[in-house]
Design a protein around this ligand. Structure first.
Ligand code: IYR
Length: 226
């Protein structure tokens, strides 16, 4: 059969029975259910190769026109982590000290967060996720990127899932505003930091908010029409 130009035949390594499929889907669900957002970290180092494999997993994400509009910075350098923490806490002091609406602060109440961000220095690694709002062509011209927030969101979700699967605790941190990250890490103008994923070993007595364990039931999030 003639192949369309530029196309490969899908490589399929296995066929899966319905029963096996269900067992696997339930196993993934059960593993992901054990993920908690962790704010207390042990100083135990994590090998760089683990972080590289997890970022490589994130880099397989689907993206608009396969433009892969993301960039990751993985930081274990204690000096740089301290600078990020300092800048983030400055933003957070503003946020918690009057910048955020009362409605927003009330929504955060059950999580027990405040301006202090010890995880930014205590976690073994900080992975800063950047979105490339547009690309730069070989001639320096702007290349339009499509579905950037969606693409970067998918890649970030895959990153968190991979880190969790590797056995690491994670925390997504979104300082507001995040302009300081682009400056500190000397990233180009077309990139915008969207989140910091802190990851490492959880501290032995790490505390997690009871309220964050409650997830909507399947009945609340899914309507099946068959
Ligand atoms: N960036 C702040 C506030 C914050 C906002 C949301 I939405 C959260 O789910 C959690 C925190 C902070 O990191 O404390």
């Amino acid at each position: 059969m003639a192949r369309r130009q530029g196309m490969d035949v899908l490589e399929r390594s296995e066929t899966v029975t319905d029963a096996e499929m269900l067992a696997r889907a339930e196993a993934v669900r059960d593993r992901l259910r054990t993920r908690r957002t962790v704010r207390d970290y042990a100083p135990t180092p994590v090998p760089r190769a683990v972080i590289e494999a997890c970022v490589a997993a994130a880099g397989t994400a689907p993206s608009g026109a396969n433009q892969q509009p993301w960039h990751f910075e993985a930081i274990s350098d204690p000096v740089l982590k301290a600078r990020i923490r300092e800048a983030a806490e400055e933003e957070e002091k503003r946020f918690y000290g009057g910048g955020a609406s009362q409605e927003w602060l009330d929504a955060l109440g059950p999580l027990g967060t405040d301006w202090r961000k010890p995880h930014l220095t205590d976690a073994a690694w900080l992975i800063v996720v950047f979105a490339q709002r547009y690309g730069i062509g070989p001639d320096g011209a702007r290349v339009k990127h499509y579905y950037v927030p969606e693409s970067v969101g998918i890649a970030s979700g895959m990153l968190i899932a991979a880190l969790h699967e590797a056995g690491l605790a994670t925390l997504t941190h979104t300082p507001n505003p995040m302009g300081f990250l682009r400056e500190l890490l000397e990233r180009p103008e077309n990139e915008k930091a969207v989140m910091i994923v802190a990851c490492g070993h959880a501290a032995p007595e790490a505390e997690v908010p009871k309220a964050a364990k409650v997830k909507k039931t399947l009945g609340e999030i899914l309507v099946v029409r068959e």
